[in-house]
Design a protein around this ligand. Sequence first.
Ligand code: NAD
Ligand code: UD1
Length: 338
Amino acid sequence: MAILISGGAGFIGSHTCVELLNAGFDIAVLDNFCNSNAESCKRVEKITGKTFPVYTCDIRDKAGLDKVFAEVKPEAVIHFAGLKAVPESVQKPLLYYDNNIAGTVTLLQAMDDAGCKCIVFSSSATVYGDSNPVPFKEDMTEGNTTNPYGTTKLYIERILKDLCVSDPDWHVCILRYFNPIGAHESGMIGEAPNGIPNNLMPYITQVAVGKREKLSIYGDNYNTPDGTGVRDYIHVTDLAIGHVRAVERALKTAGAEIFNLGTGHGVSVLELVKAFEKACGKPLPYVIAERRPGDIDTSYADASRANELLNWKAERGVDKMCEDSWRWQKNNPNGYDE
Ligand code: NAD
Ligand code: UD1
């Protein structure tokens, strides 16, 4: 019996594959490679010394999914597959609703048909919206998402909860990630965004490696200690280990459960820049720019539920996150493209 990883070739998926294999699980990856490269799976095999099947398939392709489920017979799915670029979701909402929501519905239908009723889902702290106080707790009201990407996460959470009400055999674990950064410490896998990065850490690493001239810091007049935005950055390996604990619990626990995966500590943009300068040993050119629409001043997790029920806690600090992001970028200046 294996765990099927949708979107397993991507940034968080590839790191989760490593930790699942290290924990002794059999896995299979399913991806359409719209935002990833099959090379990441080969590198996961090199890191772990284990092999696994990789299926090229879109989660909206029911017939394709049926074939994969018939072959793999998974006991659970960890569902990463989705589009995640916030500005693109504002430009192309139908693409996001189709890929993320319709895709998830099709995946759930294939799971139901195959009798596989255990899923771990990649949600986001974005579902806490812009009006909850920090730290964010799982029982706070969700909503007020500021873009279609965030709305897809909110709706998928609701679909999963409705499914559990309709059928007590479903086991659902919803994970709300805070801000994943870092890379596997081997430097062999990491985040490889297409085009100009939207997120802070990949932008920083591309400035440090000389691919971009300077970082724009979006606003220094937020209600935070140094005026720049505060986020809960979490090492992707800690996040990946969180998925191992989550799938172990989900296999044993019926109904829908929600967990924040964050460190519980906020770090400002300027603090992250300083930590990265230390890691790469050179100054990072930056300018202060306008605020980015939709950004909130502060976001960090109350991670106590995951600590109690998953026996999970983030272990790696900001310095380690920066060192590992830098090693990955330095060794792979063009990501997985040679
Ligand atoms: P990623 O883009 O690196 O990985 C997503 C993977 O899904 C890619 O390999 C892509 O090719 C695949 N995919 C997309 N649409 C697909 C489809 N229709 N069929 C099959 N495969 C498809 O992104 P990531 O950072 O690894 O994120 C993984 C998940 O976590 C996503 O659902 C994302 O929304 C969520 N998430 C990410 C963050 C973050 O900061 N990275 C934060 C919160 C939530
Ligand atoms: C963003 C998304 C969120 C998504 C997450 C992961 C928005 C509004 N939110 O979160 O929905 O789940 O990515 O994909 O887009 N910053 C700069 N300069 C940059 C980039 C970012 O100063 O070039 C700042 C931002 O203003 C913010 C912090 O860095 O204060 C982190 O930004 P980012 O990495 O994009 O993550 P979030 O905005 O938290």
